[in-house]
Design a protein around this ligand. Structure first.
Ligand code: R5P
Length: 294
């Protein structure tokens, strides 16, 4: 118990130095509450303002896709190199060691698989379990322009409501679908809809034409999904162009874990995202590290 008498007199009040209010620079986040900012600072490196999220949640719609057959063998060795882990609660609880202390972007919407019709989703993880799992961010798919547009936007809004209550940001994930064209007009609309509904971060796809319009018109950070596996240099070029045109990071899966050397690839992607490495230099780094990293 603190003593009431005999304490050293307090005297260092710094009268000449006004207390500073620190600026919070992440796009759109200046007016959020402390907990929300703290969580976003775990996802987006405060030094570079960027993030390399490792996505391995594909199994919830695709089953054991290539590279994710044994997450304990293929993904766990990668975890220490990622800035944030994007996964389902099933994999988090069963395979991801809780000792990594990495921020988690928890897949919270669930629904139809590739065997039927994609994108009919509901809220699959309620806020209590997200908190129990110490989720840093909650990811919800929205199918803007698709058959399940209204229900998936409702899912997003519900997660944002509950996330705001507890200071947990929500990641709006713009859907893929056979009927949805991935051009700047569509991606810009879908991303903006997520942000207007309150998503603190948006995940969408890169497009060759007009991507800077997608990021400019979205008031919160955009991270890009990688999509299907590309040759490593092409994936690095895509990451470079996305960052150069305003993306705040990548949420990349197959282009990392299906690479010939996933650890070398995630390091090369990080050099692009955090250090503005040019694609050729990053590819050189990948080639140098390939086979040497384990
Ligand atoms: C897909 O089910 C998930 O939303 C993935 O997290 C997302 O597509 C990113 O992974 P990839 O870079 O493989 O597209």
């Amino acid at each position: 118990m603190a003593d009431a008498t005999g304490n050293v007199d307090a005297k260092d009040y710094g009268f000449d130095t006004p207390q500073k209010n620190s600026a919070y620079e992440l796009k759109g986040a200046g007016h959020y509450d402390w907990g929300m900012k703290d969580r976003l600072s775990r996802v987006f490196d405060p030094k570079s303002g960027k993030t390399v999220m490792l996505a391995f949640d594909h199994g919830y719609i695709m089953g054991p896709t290539s590279g994710l057959e044994r997450i304990d063998l293929t993904i766990v060795p990668l975890l220490e190199h990622a800035d944030c882990l994007m996964c389902t609660r099933g994999i988090l609880r069963t395979v991801v060691p809780p000792t990594f202390n990495k921020p988690i972007s928890l897949r919270c919407s669930a629904g139809t698989t590739i065997l039927t019709e994609l994108n009919e989703e509901c809220i699959g993880v309620e806020i209590e379990d997200a908190i129990r799992l110490n989720a840093t961010m909650m990811a919800v798919m929205v199918s803007v322009g698709g058959k399940y547009e209204a229900v998936t936007i409702k899912n997003l809004c519900k997660m944002i409501e509950t996330g705001n209550r507890y200071g947990i940001p929500t990641l709006g994930v713009t859907a893929v679908g056979k009927e949805l064209v991935r051009d700047a007009r569509y991606l810009g609309l879908a991303s903006r809809v997520c942000a207007e509904n309150g998503a603190q971060v948006v995940k969408t796809y890169f497009c060759e034409e007009g991507f800077e319009k997608v990021t400019a018109a979205c008031p919160v950070p955009i991270v890009i999904a990688g999509g299907k596996k590309l040759p490593e240099l092409d994936a690095l070029k895509m990451a470079y162009k996305a960052i150069d045109q305003g993306a705040m990071g990548v949420d990349m899966g197959r282009n990392i874990f299906q690479a010939d050397d996933p650890i070398a690839m995630i390091k090369a992607v990080k050099s692009v995202v955090h250090d503005n490495a040019k694609p050729d230099d990053a590819f050189q780094m990948y080639s140098d590290l390939k086979g040497r990293t384990f």
